[in-house]
Design a protein around this ligand. Structure first.
Ligand SMILES: Nc1ncnc2c1ncn2[C@@H]1O[C@H](COP(=O)(O)OP(=O)(O)OP(=O)(O)O)[C@@H](O)[C@H]1O
Ligand SMILES: [Mg+2]
Length: 417
């Protein structure tokens, strides 16, 4: 393509990335490595991904008119929401209006960002899932839990990162959980679900022309309540028996098919228990916990690059999805901090010096106030390690995590509430 003075030059492909937080760092690094021209959107001027972008736009990733104007003005070639759900549908609609190639249609993206619509589709298609009821009030929620029984899970239908999510053991805390879910909800309803017992795995996959290619299946190690559902580590390979891993992959494949996902990455949370594999949720994007980087470390398949190619409408040959020199084990371990105001983060270089540790990400800068661990965004960072085996990768990640210290100072307890 000719540009400017007429010097023949391949114009840098221009990509709009919705979100510049910790969840997008891997994709932003991959975009930079490919020399894409990146315009990153985040309402937080201090978003850690901004330094990786060529241009930054300080607007909300949910401000659809603003994003569309920006997309037009920047003459983008593609748009992607790599790590957050709601903007996945914004990206699909903006791409359609601008006639850009995109892995998801707006209709499919809209299904993927709604836990209610997913449950409906899964029900119609026979995808295994927890029994779920929708409630618009405490009275409806009580009627639902009478049928489902305790313990149950209460959640907002259109949030992520455990906002408005609770495990409810008995009647005593039910009303509070329902109020919180209704409050967090963008609509007027919440979901009441049967609690599925078992080991949870994440199926990270990539679809190409309707064919679902499973990549890493990782064990999701979860925090205890009140941080219900928060991932403390993703561990590959899964310790589940191969047949159970296979059942999880099948459930994720069926979930993607039920939503009509034909192209691009999917991140599917599946609990495998005595009743088989059940789908908690599917996200039509990369995982927000550095899952693409873990896939690269585990299998040598660059999931960030694949997502970029899909967002730019570039051809993807199926052979790039074939695992290349798999590692023995690979682990993402999340870091937590004691409550208080962050003064300093120490030991990152020591952590990176541990053999097999390729990456340490620190989510917060001094001045940030940590509360107790309740939801995903209360986490402080993550380290990633590979090893000859799962056990060795776990040991190395733990050794690295131990070396990183978040120095926090007590602040007025009320300010942290
Ligand atoms: N019905 C359920 N049975 C068992 N565990 C559940 C259930 N629903 C949610 N969980 C747990 O809570 C986690 C988060 O649930 P869910 O995905 O519905 O909420 P979210 O706010 O979208 O969180 P995330 O951003 O991690 O996806 C799940 O990964 C799982 O560990
Ligand atoms: Mg989820």
């Amino acid at each position: 393509m000719e540009r400017g003075t007429g010097t023949p030059e391949r114009r840098r492909r221009r990509l709009l990335v919705l979100g510049a937080g910790a969840a997008q760092l891997g994709l932003l690094e991959a975009a930079r490595a490919l020399d894409l021209f990146v315009i990153a959107v985040d309402r937080d001027p201090a978003a850690p991904g901004f330094p990786l972008a060529d241009r930054r736009a300080i607007i909300s990733t949910e401000d659809e008119p603003g994003i569309e104007r920006l997309a037009e003005a920047e003459r983008i070639n593609g748009v992607i929401a790599p790590g957050i759900d709601w903007p996945v549908a914004v990206a699909a609609r903006v791409a359609k209006r601008l006639a850009l190639a995109h892995p998801l249609t707006p209709e499919v993206a809209q299904l993927a960002i709604s836990k209610v619509k997913q449950r409906e589709r899964f029900g119609e298609a026979g995808v295994p899932q927890p029994r779920t009821e929708i409630a618009k009030s405490l009275a409806e929620a009580r009627a639902a839990v009478e049928r489902l029984g305790f313990p149950c899970v209460v959640k907002a239908p259109d949030r992520q990162g455990q906002r408005g999510l609770a495990l409810v053991e008995d009647e005593a805390s039910f009303a509070t959980a329902v109020d919180a879910a209704l409050e967090a909800s963008r609509s007027t309803s919440c979901l009441v679900e049967e609690l599925i017992d078992g080991q949870e795995v994440t199926v990270n996959a990539f679809s190409l022309d309707g064919r679902f290619h499973p990549l890493t299946v990782t064990d999701r190690m979860r925090a205890d309540p009140p941080a219900f559902g928060v991932a403390l580590a993703h561990v590959w390979p899964s310790a589940l028996a191969p047949a159970h891993v296979g059942a999880a992959v099948e459930a994720a494949r069926e979930a993607a098919a039920a939503l009509g996902i034909e192209n691009g990455p999917t991140y599917t949370q599946v609990v495998v228990g005595s009743q088989g594999a059940k789908v908690v949720e599917l996200a039509a994007r990369l995982g927000g916990g550095h899952d693409a980087e873990l896939c690269e470390a585990a299998l040598g398949v660059d999931l960030n690059e694949l997502a970029l190619a899909a967002a730019l409408g570039e051809p993807i040959p199926a052979q790039v999805l074939a695992p290349l020199e798999p590692a023995g084990g690979a682990v993402t371990q999340f870091l937590t901090a004691s409550p208080g105001e962050l003064r300093a983060v120490e030991g990152v270089d020591e952590a990176l010096a541990v053999e097999g540790v390729a990456r340490a990400r620190i989510y917060r800068t001094p001045g940030w106030r940590f509360g107790e661990l309740r939801i995903g965004s209360d986490r402080a960072g993550a380290v990633q390690a590979v090893g000859d085996s799962r056990a060795q990768a776990l040991e190395r990640a733990a050794a690295a995590a131990e070396r990183i210290r978040f120095v926090t100072a007590d602040v007025d307890a009320k300010a942290l509430a």
